[in-house]
Structures are given as structure tokens and as C-alpha cells.
Design a protein around this ligand. Structure first.
Ligand code: HT7
Ligand code: ZN
Length: 891
């Protein structure tokens, strides 16, 4: 399989200013006539190379003359034309087969409708084209189809005309005024319901926002439309970016590989990120919809107006847009709040985002797929839609925001659009725009060391040393950074020292009573200072420090690093009680729990597991009963690290020990604080008032469910009846799922089976709810490979629907540590990767990554995982996607 390298980039030698596409839509066979206006920009005699995949070529005409097969070349998915003039028209007719397309890339069938997915390289499955993001064209699209089957015909831009045709079909003509790369092309055909709202933008332009969904689902699109309206307003207010279209459409699809797609003016969404009502969606689903609607909408500027020059620059749009959606969600949580309350609301979002980064990205950055946020090479670009490009990419943008400040960052964004609007550019171009502001703020300095975040993989480790001098009343803080070789760097240049990065490190100091000490830094006095570590090691000295302080480190997680520091338990307890930075406070509690859990994993073989440190229980109790903390924040701070997070910290990785230790701590916390969990549970019960997914009431529901969870873990006599009552009496899905998960996760009893059966009976018509039903069983403690295999035989299961495959197979393989880390588990996983690969390589490749870290496990697990990987690798018909993943894993 050829490897594509970032350094091999060459500009495309032609411009295609105008593209006209005509579609004769039909699920079995769709005919596409394309007409491309082409202008040479490079040297003479350059062949014109077009990509095409799984297409039947019917005809090629150059300036109106049909070419014979000898006049063009068709080889290895490339159609080569040999033009003789500098400007010409190319007409191509080809066929594709949507109903046979199970990859869900290109034009495909979902239910009785047609959808497209073109990013990254799906357009080549629709028609022959230079399918690369730096070729930008104006599209005019004519869609023709049977009006009964496909009454609605949508594409990007503005609807120019609609007509009934003499042959009984109808047609719609769309024109997109904005030049775009092929990956942003979209079409949708089918019968849909629509919910819409007219808006006026800041600049007094009228626009129509529309959400299309299956007929019958329109009752569930109110929230998505509300999120879209708020996204438009937020981008105007926070970034001064206005909607540049007369209509902005969102369409829900049942079969979709990822979350959603930002096609210009015609976003296509996984229905899981559109549909919600109180009876079928949990509070987390409501929040996820807000984030994804925001994300895709924000791409309209960061991604669509300014796009990527090549796919190595993917983080240019994804990292920036994830940062923007994270800020949008945080602003929505903090709306109407101020001071400490607003900070704590924003911290809830930050905690969730950092947890995702640590669970998904840190292991990636330490494993065989480790890559910089701007990768250097790939075999299959579909494999690089990763937590590194997205989540670490967002952290790299956030650091620029932290270094420049809100106003400086905004000035940098304004400069970025001033320089590059309408162009396809690089990550370096983005940093240069930011640097133009940084230089004004810091004459003589630059962002050279910062740029290395784009080219270096791996999670840096920052060592902190504190030295207090009572005589001079000074405290010196020394930060040192270590950047080790990771992934293929280990094979290529294991000893090469990696140069230092520019790391913004936010720090506060507390006195022994837990009071913040004002710090003088850069001519200002503040509770939090930002240290800019740009060398291997640097020291900062703070004066007027009355006593040896307790440091509050990496506040708000100011950089995606691992902090190495020696800390007393007592210091962590002090931070857990008093740190005014809500993120660092949460972090201190997590650290306390992690230390306890690791001690438990070490004694896992012993007859009796040690008692949990009473100081931990005391800390938990204080936090649980603290009247100043919001319920949402309490839920985060009182949740112990997940089994998966703990597993990552064991060495060698020992799933059985991680599971046992987690359960032990959970049970002990449940038992020791049983009366408190019970009273908070009772006090946080919802009334029958109208359900809304607002932060306050959803925070209350999350704490309520957490209390039930600890009570169940403790086997409290009242727990099961409470769970049963909560499940059957619930008036919204968050409470209902809370009751059901408590039953299914903690008691393999007739009540749990009855509730599961009842749930299926009630919700069998709603695919998104049935996904939850499968997912819950897949992650339950007693679930084995046998259970999963029998669930796969359930009539509601299908491997072809990615949401279903994710809810059952991925959930089991990736999150059920007890069930999957067995020899049968690994065998099952390998079988499923192979089976999925025949249908949908993108999805199969994601599942193939479940055991990337196999080499760090205990010997028995390691050998069995390796055998599974080898079996996949030896399969004769492996996609490029899966082949790249397994060959890197086995390297
Ligand atoms: N930009 C979108 C990427 C995407 C995608 C990539 C590969 C295969 C299927 C896909 N669906 C969507 C999603 C986003 O980041 O907004
Ligand atoms: Zn995106």
C-alpha cells in the first residue's frame, strides 16, 4: 500500500472554476453527467489526472468531441486526459451504484433515501474529479428523480428552479455561489419532514434555517433547531462571523459513519445528533446535539470559507472547530451566571473535555498510531480522523488562546480571515496569523517553539520542583519538560532528543489554610499566573510568600501535558477543599482516588483488599455535602476515574486488577457514605415539572443518578427498590436510563431482566433508544462474548448500521474490560473486524484500533491480542484502512 508524505505536496496544475453536475438518481444505478471548465495554471503538456473509484465510465468528451479509449488512460483509479490547449471543457458520463455501496462513502442508500458523504475522498465514488481539497470550484447541480420515491431533492447553495419532466420524473437545480472543494459537495433525495425558522443576521440579512428528518420525527427536531439558532448568534457575538447563505439545511440520516458532516449549506447528520425529546433522549444526548450542531455550523467559516490545502492540514479546520464548539458549549453552560458560579459551570465542560482527551488521545499518543496533529504520512486518510487531530488539535488552539488572551486570539482570528478568506491553506498559515499578534504583544519573541506542537507527537511530561526559602520569603518554581520518542519515532530515531515546546503553564499558590496567595508576575499581581515554558528547564521566583505554599498546578489544564510532581496526600486534600480553580480542585480529588486505586490494584492478589483511606472518604463526604458546589460539578468531582483510565495507569496493563480495584473503591465509598448518598438522592429528586435540558436541572439529575449508582454499588437494601421505582416512574429518559443502568450494572436479578424487556417493548420503534438498550447490555459487568453473540442474532441488530455496530460491538470491545479481556473476547473482536471490513472499512478500522496498546499488557493478554492482530493481518481481502492499522500495531 503506497504511503503519502506531507513533503510530496504539489499544487494541482489546473483550475476548475465551474463544475456542472447532472444526476439521474436511482438507488440501483445513478448516472452522473459532469461538465468541467478547466484552465491550465501549470506548465504545458501536463496531463489532467482525475480520481474515480467504483465507477463505470461511459464517455469522455473534450471540447464537445467524444474521445476514443485510446485517447485517455484509465488505470489504478486514475483517469488521465492529455489536453492540448490551456483552457477547455471536459464532459464525463459515469455510473455509480448507491444500493451496493455499504461503505457509506460517496452516494449511498439509507432506508429509502439517498445521501452523500464526500469527506475525505468520497467524491471520487460519485464522479471523476481531482478529489483534493485545494481544487475549489463553483457548482451547479441538477437532480432528476422519481417524485414519488424522492419528492425532495437537495444540494448545496440556492435552489434555482424546480420542474416536472415529461418522462414523469422531476428535477431541481441548485447553485452554490461559494467556490468549494469536492469534499464539501452534498446531495440528499427522499421524503422528509422539515422544521424551519427564519432569522435575521447581525448584518441584517435574512436567512432560513431548516432541519430535515424522517417523517414522524419532526417532533424531535425542536432542540436541534434551537441549537442551530444559538450557534448562529454565538458565532456572530464571539467571533464576528456571520452566516453567508440564504438557507442553511441540516438533514438527519440513520446510517452515517461519523457524527455529522459540514457540507456547505447542507450539513448531513447522524440522526443521533439531531433527534431528541424528553422521553427518548438523555441530558447527555441533548448536550451532544448542541456540541455537534455547533461544530458543523462553525465549520462554515473554519473549514469551508478557509479550507485545508491538503489532508495533512486536517487539524487546521478540525482542531480549531473543536475548540470553537467546546467554547460554545461552555458559554451555554455559564449563560446567566457570573463569578465563581460561571467558572464552575465552565469547568464542568473543561473536565469532560479533558477526560475525553485522556481516555482517547493520551493512549493514542503513546501507542503505535502516535502522530503529530499534522501527520507526516498516511496510507489511508480515513484513519487520521483521530483524537490527536481533533482533541489534541483543539488543545493546541486553546493554548494559543491562553497565550494571546481572548482579545489577542480574536485579533489573530480576524487576521487569519483577512489573509486567507476563500483559500486552501496550511496550519503554518494559521500560526503565522496568530504570531502577528503575539509579536505585537511580546516584541522580540516568536512562536517558533510553539510551532513544534504541529510536528511533534507524544504527550510531554512537565516536572515541577518547588523550593521555599523562609528567610527571603521567596518560592521558586522550576519546570522541566521531557519529550520522548513515540510510535514510529522510536524505530526511526529513538535517541534523538526532541526539542522543547512552548508550554503555557498556569499556576496558583495556596497557603497552609487554603487561602490563595497573590502572585507578582509580569508586573501584575494575580491569583493565577501563566508561566511560558519554552526551554528544557526554567525557574521562576515569587516573592512575599509568607509560608511554604501548596501549589495548584496546570490550572484549567492549560496545556495537554502530564505533570510529574511529588505531592503529599495532605496537600491534595487541602486542594480538594480549597482550590479556587475548579479544574485543579477536581484534579486533586482524581489524584487522591487514583493513588488509592493503584494501591488496590497492587494488592489485588491478596485475600483481603485493604480498607480505603478514611481521609478519602472524609474528602468525598465534605464535597457531597458542600452547599456551595453545583450538582453538575459535584457529579464530576465525586465520580471516581473510570476502569479504563485506571487500566492505562497500571504497568503492565492489568484489566482484571483495574476492574477489581475500581469495584472495591466504589463499594467502599458507597457503604461508608450510604446515609449521605441516600439523603442527597432524596433531596435531588425531580418534581413533575416540565422537563428542560438546562444545566441546572440536568446537573441535579446527574447527581441523583450518581447517588443511586453508589447505593447500588454498596448493595444498600433500599437501592434496588429505588432503582426499580425510578425506572418505572420516570418522566424523562435521563431518569429512566439512570434507573435501568443501576439495575443492569449492579444486579443480575429478575428485576433487571424485566426492566430490560419492558424497555425494549416500549421503545422498539425508536432506533436511537434501541441503540441505548444494546449499549447498556454490552457494557454490563456480567456480559460475555456469548451474550453479545446472542444479541447479534436479535432481529433489531444489523452490522450494516454503524450506530448499531457501535452500540453493541464497539461498546463491548472498547468499554467492557471484564468481558472483552479474555481469549474468547479477543477472538470475537478479530472476527468482527474482519466481518465489518467487508462492509465498511472506515468503521472496521476504528474497531481494529481497540487494542492498539496490546504491547503494554500483562503477558497472557498481550499474546492473545497479538494473535488476534496477526489473524486479521493475514486475512486475504483486507481494506487499506484496516491493513494500515494492523501493520502499524504489529510493527
Ligand atoms: N468533517 C467531518 C468528517 C467526517 C468524515 C470523515 C471520514 C468519514 C466520514 C466522515 N463523516 C464526517 C466531521 C467533522 O469533523 O465535522
Ligand atoms: Zn469537524
Amino acid at each position: 500500500v503506497p504511503t503519502i508524505s506531507r513533503h510530496d505536496y504539489q499544487p494541482y496544475p489546473y483550475h476548475l472554476p465551474r463544475v456542472s453536475l447532472e444526476f439521474d438518481l436511482n438507488a440501483a444505478q445513478t448516472r452522473v453527467h459532469s461538465r468541467l471548465d478547466v484552465e491550465r495554471v501549470g506548465d504545458e503538456n501536463q496531463p489532467l489526472r482525475l480520481n474515480g473509484q467504483d465507477l463505470v465510465l461511459e464517455s469522455v468528451a473534450l471540447d464537445g468531441r467524444t474521445l476514443s479509449a485510446e485517447e485517455y488512460q484509465l488505470q489504478d483509479e486514475i483517469l488521465t486526459i492529455f489536453p492540448t490547449s490551456a483552457s477547455f471543457t471536459l464532459q464525463i458520463t459515469s455510473l455509480c451504484k448507491p444500493a451496493e455501496n455499504s461503505s457509506l462513502m460517496g452516494l449511498y442508500v439509507s432506508g429509502d433515501k439517498l445521501f452523500t458523504q464526500c469527506e475525505a475522498e468520497g467524491f471520487r465514488r460519485i464522479t471523476w474529479f481531482p478529489d483534493r481539497p485545494d481544487v475549489m470550484s463553483r457548482y451547479r447541480v441538477t437532480l432528476r428523480a422519481d417524485p414519488k420515491q424522492y419528492p425532495l431533492l437537495l444540494s448545496n447553495g440556492n435552489l434555482l428552479e424546480e420542474a416536472d419532466l415529461p418522462d414523469g420524473r422531476h428535477e431541481a437545480v441548485w447553485e452554490d455561489p461559494h467556490p468549494k472543494p469536492s469534499y464539501l459537495f452534498a446531495l440528499v433525495a427522499g421524503d422528509f419532514a422539515c422544521r424551519e425558522q427564519a432569522i435575521t443576521t447581525q448584518g441584517k440579512r435574512d436567512a432560513l434555517l431548516q432541519i430535515y428528518s424522517d417523517r414522524g420525527s419532526e417532533t424531535k427536531t425542536e432542540w436541534a433547531l434551537d441549537c442551530l439558532v444559538r450557534s448562529v448568534q454565538w458565532d456572530e457575538q464571539r467571533f464576528g462571523l456571520e452566516l453567508d447563505l440564504d438557507r442553511f439545511m441540516v438533514v438527519a440520516a440513520r446510517d452515517f459513519n461519523m457524527g455529522a458532516m459540514e457540507n456547505k449549506g447542507l450539513n448531513i447528520f447522524n440522526s443521533a445528533y439531531v433527534l431528541a425529546d424528553k422521553d427518548s433522549a438523555t441530558d447527555s444526548a441533548y448536550r451532544a446535539i448542541e456540541a455537534v450542531i455547533g461544530h458543523e455550523y462553525f465549520h462554515n467559516w473554519t473549514g469551508n470559507r478557509v479550507t485545508c490545502r491538503d489532508w495533512f492540514q486536517l487539524s487546521l479546520k478540525e482542531g480549531l472547530t473543536v475548540f470553537r464548539d467546546q467554547e460554545f458549549s461552555a458559554d451555554m453552560l455559564a449563560q446567566d451566571l457570573s463569578g465563581a458560579e460561571a467558572a464552575s459551570a465552565r469547568a464542568v465542560k473543561r473536565i469532560d473535555d479533558v477526560s475525553t482527551l485522556r481516555i482517547a488521545q493520551f493512549p493514542e499518543d503513546a501507542g503505535p498510531m502516535a502522530h503529530p496533529i499534522r501527520p507526516e504520512s498516511y496510507q489511508e486518510i480515513g484513519n487520521f480522523y483521530t483524537a490527536t487531530v481533533y482533541e489534541k488539535g483543539a488543545e493546541v488552539i486553546r493554548m494559543q488562546h491562553t497565550i494571546l488572551g481572548e482579545a489577542g486570539f480574536r485579533a489573530g482570528i480576524d487576521e487569519y480571515f483577512r489573509r486567507h478568506d476563500g483559500a486552501a491553506v496550511t496550519c503554518d498559515d494559521f500560526v503565522s496569523a496568530m504570531e502577528s499578534v503575539y509579536i505585537q504583544q511580546n516584541p522580540g519573541k516568536d512562536l517558533d517553539a510553539f510551532r513544534r506542537w504541529y510536528s511533534q507527537a507524544g504527550t510531554p511530561r512537565v516536572k515541577v520542583d518547588l523550593d521555599y526559602n523562609a528567610e527571603t520569603r521567596t518560592c521558586s518554581i522550576t519546570l522541566g519538560q521531557r519529550n520522548e520518542a513515540v510510535g514510529i519515532e522510536r524505530l526511526q530515531s529513538p535517541l534523538l532528543p526532541k526539542p522543547p515546546l512552548h508550554i503555557p503553564f498556569a499556576l496558583g499558590l495556596l497557603d497552609q489554610q487554603g487561602k490563595a496567595i497573590p502572585l507578582e508576575h509580569d508586573g501584575k499581581t494575580a491569583e493565577t499566573v501563566l508561566l511560558e515554558l519554552t526551554e528544557e528547564q526554567q525557574t521562576w521566583v515569587f516573592s512575599n510568600i509568607p509560608q511554604k505554599p501548596v501549589p495548584s498546578l496546570l490550572r484549567n489544564f492549560s496545556a495537554p501535558v502530564i505533570v510529574d510532581v511529588e505531592r503529599q496526600e495532605a496537600d491534595l486534600i487541602l486542594l480538594a477543599q480549597h482550590d479556587t480553580d475548579p479544574f485543579a480542585r477536581w484534579e486533586a480529588v482524581q489524584e487522591l482516588a487514583t493513588r488509592q486505586l493503584l494501591a488496590l490494584t497492587r494488592s489485588v492478589g491478596e485475600e483481603q483488599q485493604p480498607e480505603v483511606d478514611p481521609r478519602i472518604i472524609e474528602t468525598w463526604k465534605r464535597l457531597l455535602l458542600d452547599a456551595d458546589l453545583s450538582a453538575a460539578y459535584k457529579t464530576r468531582i465525586l465520580s471516581q476515574p473510570t476502569e479504563k483510565e485506571l487500566l492505562e495507569k497500571t504497568s503492565p496493563m492489568d484489566p482484571a486488577a483495574a476492574v477489581k480495584a475500581s469495584r472495591h473503591l466504589r463499594r467502599q465509598l458507597g457503604e461508608a457514605l450510604a446515609s449521605d448518598w441516600l439523603s442527597v438522592y432524596r433531596n435531588s429528586a425531580g418534581s413533575d415539572e416540565q422537563y428542560t435540558p438546562d444545566p441546572l436541572s440536568s446537573g441535579r439529575r446527574s447527581l441523583h443518578n450518581l447517588c443511586l449508582y453508589y447505593l447500588m454499588a454498596a448493595g444498600h437494601p433500599e437501592a434496588k427498590p429505588l432503582a426499580v421505582a425510578q425506572y418505572y416512574g420516570a418522566t424523562n429518559m435521563t431518569d429512566r436510563m439512570g434507573g435501568l443502568s443501576a439495575l443492569v450494572h449492579f444486579s443480575n436479578s429478575p428485576e433487571s431482566q424485566e426492566a430490560l424487556n419492558h424497555f425494549y417493548e416500549q421503545w422498539q420503534q425508536d432506533p436511537l433508544v434501541i441503540d441505548k438498550w444494546f449499549a447498556l447490555q454490552a457494557s454490563a459487568p456480567g456480559t460475555t462474548v456469548e451474550t453479545i453473540k446472542s444479541l447479534m442474532l436479535h432481529p433489531a441488530f444489523s452490522l450494516r448500521n454503524p450506530n448499531r455496530a457501535r452500540s453493541l460491538i464497539f461498546q463491548f470491545c472498547m468499554n467492557n474490560l471484564q468481558g472483552v479481556h479474555t481469549s474468547e473476547g479477543y477472538e470475537f473482536w478479530a472476527d468482527q473486524v474482519i466481518a465489518l471490513d467487508q462492509l465498511n472499512p472506515e468503521i472496521a478500522a476504528r474497531l481494529a484500533r481497540a487494542f492498539d496498546s496490546w504491547a503494554r499488557f500483562t503477558a497472557t493478554n498481550r499474546d492473545a491480542m497479538q494473535a488476534g492482530l496477526q489473524r486479521i493481518q493475514q486475512h486475504p481481502t483486507l481494506s487499506r484502512n484496516v491493513s494500515e492499522i494492523v501493520s502499524k500495531a504489529l510493527n
